[in-house]
Ligand binder design. Structure first.
Ligand code: SF4
Length: 388
């Protein structure tokens, strides 16, 4: 590794302007930059990253195998923040909700979802949060009601996965097989940290299943869909459509004003071309809002010749949201329109309803700092960027 840092006073580096630097929040390219500046060898850097993300050490002082010269170089310049398990809530359907206390008193929620078939668990998924609150304010979503507080760091994402794996083990549920970015927040709005976590999982430096068992759910941030296809072609994509009518979609999801359906469709087609995966379209059925046969026909027209899976989601009613769950008859006739058009359709009943862990229900009421930062208070027609 080169050592241009030897010619530069350490404090002069832009990453060290304000110390201590939170290692868990640095991007992977910043990790490399810092290591080069401090002249830390790649092997040692990898060891530090494994300790930080895979083992979740609370401080570098816990790293017994850190060479003393590197320890000295980092002393006072870097810090680690770990997340603590604050509570564990059990649902009658077997799901578990973990509430994590973050270093700044915010909370993040993670859900463990075991799936049984013929009496035994076939799959155990973990759904993690990517942000504290959410900027996008969807009409059906408890998280959206919180407004946006902040992005979770790569370390906070890894902490959720690690604590969920440990909990699933301790509770003797089953080994975690799948990872979903479907908790609080929009993962594509925190793309950098999400992408870095997947890179770390791929290299064995963070906990998590093989990337082919990771799914990212998005409201349709089409630029990031393009980035995901190039950066992580094994990762699966799920797009929350909820309506194939642009005006109606805007009512359900205000962010749609910046996300034309045509651009989302193009991004899905490109994702499919580059990765070879079937994209999943998620469609939350809301009573009298988007559940008519005309709505189903609009969805069929939107899909056209795309090779997709459709998941119809039966909503968990959320206090404070005016929308309600569709009844079963309407769901059946909606599904029939899609099936007649030749599309594979699953119906998902939200899990963990009794512990507020189901679709759109995650909202950490104890997260003290509510905010007015949401799309409803930020009118612009630009697609939101990938966050930082
Ligand atoms: S549904 Fe997703 S994008 Fe919409 S407000 Fe909730 S967390 Fe945000």
């Amino acid at each position: 590794m080169s050592s241009h840092g030897k010619d530069t006073p350490m404090a002069d580096h832009h990453l060290l302007k304000k110390t201590p630097v939170d290692l868990g929040r640095l991007s992977l390219s910043e990790w490399d930059e810092l290591a080069e500046h401090l002249d830390i060898m790649p092997g040692i850097l990898q060891r530090i990253r494994r300790a930080v993300f895979l083992q979740g050490i609370p401080s570098l002082s816990r790293m017994d195998d850190l060479p003393s010269d590197v320890r000295q170089k980092l002393a006072g310049k870097v810090i680690l923040h770990d997340s603590r398990l604050k509570s564990l809530t059990r649902s009658s359907d077997g799901s578990l909700k973990l509430t994590l206390l973050l270093h700044d008193d915010h909370l993040a929620e993670t859900v463990i979802i075991p799936e049984r078939k013929e009496g035994s668990i076939k799959k155990c998924a973990v759904s993690i949060s990517s942000q504290v609150g959410c900027f996008f304010g969807c009409s059906f979503c408890a998280t959206g009601q919180m407004g946006f507080n902040r992005n979770l760091s790569t370390r906070e994402l890894a902490d959720q996965v690690r604590l969920a794996i440990r909990t699933a083990e301790e509770e003797k549920i089953a080994p975690v097989t799948h990872l979903y970015f479907m908790g609080m927040g929009e993962p594509m709005h925190n793309y950098r940290a999400v992408s870095d976590l997947i890179t770390l999982i791929e290299s064995g430096e963070a906990p998590g299943p093989d990337p082919s068992r990771i799914t990212i759910s998005t409201v349709g941030l089409y630029r990031q869909i393009g980035m995901l296809a190039s950066d992580h072609p094994k990762v699966k994509l799920a797009v929350s459509i909820h309506s194939a009518n642009q005006e109606k979609r805007k009512e359900i999801m205000p962010i749609s004003a910046r996300l034309p359906l045509a651009d989302i469709r193009q991004a899905i087609a490109r994702h499919q071309r580059l990765t070879g995966h079937r994209v999943t379209l998620q469609y939350l059925l809301l009573d009298g809002v988007n559940d008519s046969p005309d709505d189903a026909a609009a969805l069929v027209r939107f899909i056209g010749n795309l090779n997709i899976n459709i998941t119809l989601i039966m909503y968990n009613d959320v206090a404070g949201c005016r929308v309600r769950r569709t009844d079963i008859e309407k769901m059946e006739s909606f599904r029939n329109v899609l099936v007649r058009a030749g599309h594979p359709v699953d119906v998902r009943w939200c899990r963990g309803e009794d512990i507020f862990a189901g679709c759109g229900q995650l909202q950490v009421s104890a997260s003290r700092k509510r905010t007015n930062m949401s799309i409803r208070s930020n009118a612009t027609d630009r697609q939101p960027d990938a966050g930082s």
